[in-house]
Design a protein around this ligand. Structure first.
Ligand code: TXA
Ligand code: MG
Length: 320
């Protein structure tokens, strides 16, 4: 059931759903999350079931602020500096889990690390404060689908599996949080996201490293190929649109053949990657079903372009 987040009583109603072990569609500044009590194994199991998500893929623990993160994990100095610089905001830190952390093993998929994030959205913040504990929340889509940037997207993917969806309108950032892990003095990028590389490097004073193959396999299974997939095939970096394709454009100039497209969504006519990130997932959902193929114009690598290109590459990857 969709409920306006600004209705009096909406937060209290959502808390009641969480306390009872149910699921809440929670707006954040990145995408909508599917939240449950991170300390309640049965509630967390409902997340996996609702999403059709493999249980080896751990969930992010959301907390209201840095003080609420301390009981969950051990912060090295560099991770703490990043948290102080960017929380609340679209940054997730992977940290060594405290042995007595009030988290269900299912939420962390049995790992000895935990991914933590402090969302910068007034409704998420109000919900976390009112609930008073960590909330496990993956993106509120069926596993492998495009992430939701509106309450309607959540309802379309999950419907009655969610107790209540708090509607706070379209999300501001539009791509998921950037996930980092600090190892000694290395800062490793596990997932490009809503916080740009340049902002992170300005704080750490060192280049962000790509994850190694060994890190990629067990720690971040949800970040492998064929994620964020619409039903349609996706063709990237096109300079020519084939007749009958749908087109995702970027910037003032359209690729050749754009007149023959069955539908066109321009992510940002003025060529702004921040605006484009906010519109990406809605565009994929909108064009899906209108054509067998979605052609995508080149997107720059800079700023949030890194996250946009990452999500599009996954959407275009061969499907299992
Ligand atoms: O912006 C976001 O991060 C959104 C909103 C709702 O907060 N959440 C989100 O969650 O994108 P999800 O579950 O769709 O993606 C979380 C990713 C997964 O790929 C998972 O494998 C990875 O984080 N992850 C979680 N815990 C981890 C850990 N301990 N080590 C490495 N990766 C982890
Ligand atoms: Mg997801």
């Amino acid at each position: 059931m969709i409920r306006s987040a600004s209705d009096p009583g909406a937060i209290a109603e959502a808390v009641a759903v969480l306390v009872a072990g149910g699921l809440v569609g929670m707006p954040t500044e990145t995408v909508y999350g599917l939240a449950a009590d991170a300390g309640n194994g049965e509630a967390v199991a409902r997340i996996y079931a609702a999403k059709g998500r493999p249980r080896f893929n751990p969930l992010i623990a959301h907390v209201a602020d840095l003080a609420a993160a301390d009981p969950l994990a051990l912060f090295d100095p560099l991770s703490r500096r990043l948290a102080e610089a960017f929380w609340p905001g679209p940054l997730t830190l992977v940290l060594p889990k405290r042995a007595d952390a009030p988290l269900s093993d299912l939420a962390t998929a049995g790992l000895d690390t935990v991914a933590i994030r402090v969302p910068a959205h007034p409704v998420a913040h109000a919900l976390l404060e009112a609930f008073g504990g960590p909330l496990a929340a993956p993106s509120a889509n069926r596993s492998g689908h495009v992430s939701p940037t509106s309450a309607a997207h959540v309802a379309a993917d999950l419907g009655e599996r969610v107790g209540i969806i708090l509607d706070a309108g379209p999300t501001r950032v539009g791509v998921e949080s950037t996930i980092l892990k600090v190892e000694a003095d290395r800062v490793v990028l596990l997932r490009a996201g809503g916080l740009a590389r340049s902002a992170i490097e300005a704080v750490t004073g060192r280049p962000l490293l790509a994850r190694t193959h060994a890190e990629a396999a067990p720690v971040a299974p949800g970040m492998l190929a064929s994620h964020y997939a619409p039903t349609a095939a996706v063709r990237l970096d096109v300079d020519r649109v084939e007749p009958g394709e749908a087109l995702i454009a970027f910037g003032p100039d359209l690729p050749r053949g754009a007149d023959g497209a069955v539908a066109v969504v321009n992510l940002s006519a003025r060529g702004d990657v921040v605006e484009a990130a906010a519109r990406l997932f809605a565009a994929l959902r909108e064009l899906d079903g209108l054509s067998e193929t979605i052609a995508v114009a080149p997107i720059p690598h800079e700023g949030l372009g890194e996250a946009i290109r990452d999500r599009l590459a996954r959407a275009a990857a061969p499907r299992p």
